[in-house]
Design a protein around this ligand. Structure first.
Ligand code: ADP
Ligand code: MG
Length: 677
């Protein structure tokens, strides 16, 4: 990095403290940040259309000769309209400019201009008001468009970025090693910055963009690999192979092929001399718990304890029940550590854990992680559901002698993305559901059918079943969204007067949430009205119907997760997605859910439709924010960049060589920048 680029933006010509504040709003504090504020789009002035056939009421580019300037019209004080007539020989065009006298004066009759703006009028009379205008002989025919903030205009940004570029005069430090730029045919960073902001032509722009995307993806991959290498230390918990038949035959069902494979992969990992760092990725209901229990069984046979951490108390007690059922018949004692234990009982339990009486300890993250001592901890399992962050994982270990780590995630992720997101983990995928799973009948309907849908819910409740009604998060400034609280009250006093209705939302204290969830589980409530908090893996087999309000507000993967809350028992289950947004797009999106129950397929569609930024509905993948790469469309580059990164890491695992120093800086910077949260 050259020092000039590290300085605050106020060092740049034309930027004072006021503008610096505005830039801060865009997250820009240095010259380098400004260079990395890449255009969100471009206007291509090199491809004009004919005035006569230009589409009306949409932005377009036309190229025309100025025929005549007309006399200005003074509308009122402070409002003058300047008009001129232009032609491209297919039709005439009236140009209207409000107040910008200086611009108007600069226009010259008989000269050609290129205009970008919205065409209005009709077939006989065409007009454009306040378009962007450049002379037809301008060398800059592709103009960048930036994300702005109030008080900063496109022009100001262009000028400021131009100042930065000319101040460093093509003297940018090149972070990529020469053999990489050569092998992958990448342009220099100078060229890339210059042409991403001021492209000479479409080709230069493509070349510049390719380089920057490549660099960003490669940096991401390098960062993930650095994290992974950091965690390769020696473990004091190398286990010995053991026969799993006893575990398999004690289960009330036969494990699927992929469950068995996942268990085998875990066992192999745990027999090595360095810690396992593995993710089990499986759709809702794919049976991750049985895999976790298998790994815990294996660890116990080698004399090691397992800790299983869940995000909420209710999930912890659910896992506890399951693991107890699976493991205690085999002589492995399971403990549950929760906040609701009395201090005395808690202390006693902890003492027993410390003495090694329990083979498995289940609890919430906070309890197990911070305050518990083990006699021989060998395996740490985390149930993260979809709540998954890169940074979070780093803190998990640090107990015992570098225990093995296993993470469970219920978010199916397209392969390409998984490679990136889980680049620091080994991956076991459960892509096959246990036999005999019923399909959840899913319908996408408009609000017109709401009353019928609610009637259908009542019918199920009358049969003794339970149901969920989910509405998006409470967002105060969005009146259209159904506020969960109000909505629950309305439902409770009208449509569901005769039933027991509970409310669950994200802003409730954890203890209250647990209480409500528990009474729903115990069937003290018939209907649960909730925001998305319900999606965290709670198992209530008697719940058979879910209605989702404003369903188009959710990502497909998120809806799929939500839907996984029903269909967990033997009853036919239903999911009704209500949306008042009846655009073809939103209906098409929701129809995908009625047509398939394959979480991986759904996630591919989601990625295509919404891009990775929104992938988890609320951006929870924990990856650093991308500035230019788009992991859903840049898949070819993604693979090349991964390949390049893996080559580099193979020869220099910690990026310590002089040649790779720049890359290391980039990777550290990227992960410093924070995650998409
Ligand atoms: P998830 O992957 O969503 O955490 P769970 O582990 O909660 O799934 O399993 C869902 C249900 O399926 C549980 O009731 C579990 O006992 C059951 N199950 C798990 N594996 C199998 C299998 N191979 N055959 C039949 N049922 C299974
Ligand atoms: Mg689960």
């Amino acid at each position: 990095m050259i020092p000039a680029l590290e300085k605050p933006v106020t060092y740049i010509k034309g930027i004072g403290p006021k503008k610096a504040e505005l830039y801060a709003k865009l997250g820009i504090s240095t010259g380098y940040d400004l260079l990395c504020h890449f255009p969100r789009d471009y206007i291509d002035f090199s491809q004009p259309c004919e005035i006569a056939s230009a589409p009306l009421e949409e932005p377009c580019v036309v190229r025309a000769r100025l025929v005549k300037k007309l006399a200005p019209a003074f509308i009122r004080r402070g409002m003058t309209i300047y008009k001129a007539v232009l032609t491209d020989d297919t039709a005439d065009l009236t140009l209207m400019i409000f107040n910008a006298e200086f611009l108007f004066r600069s226009l010259v009759e008989r000269k050609e201009y290129i205009l970008y703006g919205k065409m209005s009028g009709n077939f006989l009379r065409r007009e454009m008001s306040s378009p962007m205008i450049i002379p037809a002989d301008s060398p800059d025919l592709i103009q960048p468009l930036y994300h702005l903030t109030d008080g900063l205009s496109q022009n100001v940004l262009r000028q400021n970025i131009h100042s930065v570029l000319s101040s460093i005069g093509g003297d940018i430090y090149e972070p990529l090693p020469k053999r990489i730029t050569e092998k992958y045919n990448l342009c220099s960073l100078d060229y890339a910055f210059e042409n991403i902001h001021f492209p000479r032509d479409a080709h230069s722009l493509a070349v510049a963009k390719r380089r920057l995307v490549f660099e960003e993806l490669m940096t991401l991959r390098l960062g993930m690999r650095l994290l992974k290498n950091r965690s390769i230390t020696v473990t004091g918990c190398t286990m010995t192979p053991a026969d799993l038949t006893e575990y398999y035959s004690s289960l009330p069902f036969e494990l699927t092929g992929c469950q068995q494979r996942a268990i085998a992969e875990c066992c192999a990992d745990m027999c090595r001399s360095y810690p396992m760092n593995r993710l089990i990725q499986g759709d809702v209901g794919s049976g991750k718990t049985a895999v976790a229990a298998g790994a815990a069984f294996f660890a116990a046979r080698s004399g090691y304890q397992t800790a299983l951490m869940a995000p909420t108390e209710i999930l912890a007690s659910q896992h506890y029940e399951t693991l107890k059922g699976f493991l205690e018949p085999l002589g492995i004692k399971v403990a549950l550590l929760t906040g609701s234990l009395t201090p005395k009982n808690k202390a006693a339990l902890k003492e027993q854990i410390k003495n090694g009486e329990y083979g498995v300890v289940v609890g919430t993250h906070a309890l197990v992680q911070q305050t518990t001592e083990f006699s021989r901890l060998g395996l740490v399992i985390t149930d993260e559901q979809h709540r998954f962050g890169v940074g979070q994982r780093e803190t998990l270990a640090s107990k015992g002698e570098n225990p093995h780590k296993l993470v469970m995630s219920a978010t199916p992720i397209p392969r390409t993305l998984a490679m990136m997101i889980y680049g620091d983990l080994e991956l076991s995928v459960l892509d096959e559901l246990p036999k005999g799973r019923q399909k959840i009948e899913t319908y996408a309907v408009t609000g017109k059918l709401r009353q019928r849908a609610l009637g259908f819910v009542r019918d199920r409740l009358d049969e003794g079943r339970q149901g969920y009604i989910v509405c998006p998060m409470i967002e105060e400034n969005d009146m259209e969204l159904k506020n969960a609280t109000d909505y629950a009250e309305k439902l409770a006093s009208n449509e569901f007067r005769a039933y027991r209705v509970g409310l669950l939302h994200g802003k409730m204290p954890a203890a209250d949430k647990d209480r409500v969830m528990r009474s729903f589980k115990e069937h003290e409530l018939d209907l649960l009205v909730s925001t998305t908090v319900v999606e965290v893996g709670v198992d209530v087999p008697n719940a058979v119907i879910m209605v989702v309000e404003n369903a188009d507000r959710f990502g497909l993967s998120q809806l799929h997760q939500l839907r996984g809350r029903v269909g967990r028992g033997s009853y036919q289950s239903y999911c009704i997605l209500i949306t008042d947004n009846v655009t073809e797009d939103s209906i098409r999106r929701l129809k995908i859910l009625s047509s398939t129950s394959d979480g991986f397929k759904i996630s591919e569609e989601d990625l295509k439709l919404r891009g990775p930024g929104d992938f988890f509905g609320s951006r929870q993948h924990g990856l650093p924010k991308m500035k230019i790469a788009d992991m859903s469309s840049d898949t070819e580059l993604l693979q090349l960049a991964q390949q390049a990164a893996d080559e580099i890491i193979a020869s220099d695992p910690t990026l310590d060589s002089t040649e790779n120093k720049g890359l290391r800086e980039l990777a550290e910077k990227l992960f410093e920048r924070g995650t998409e949260a």
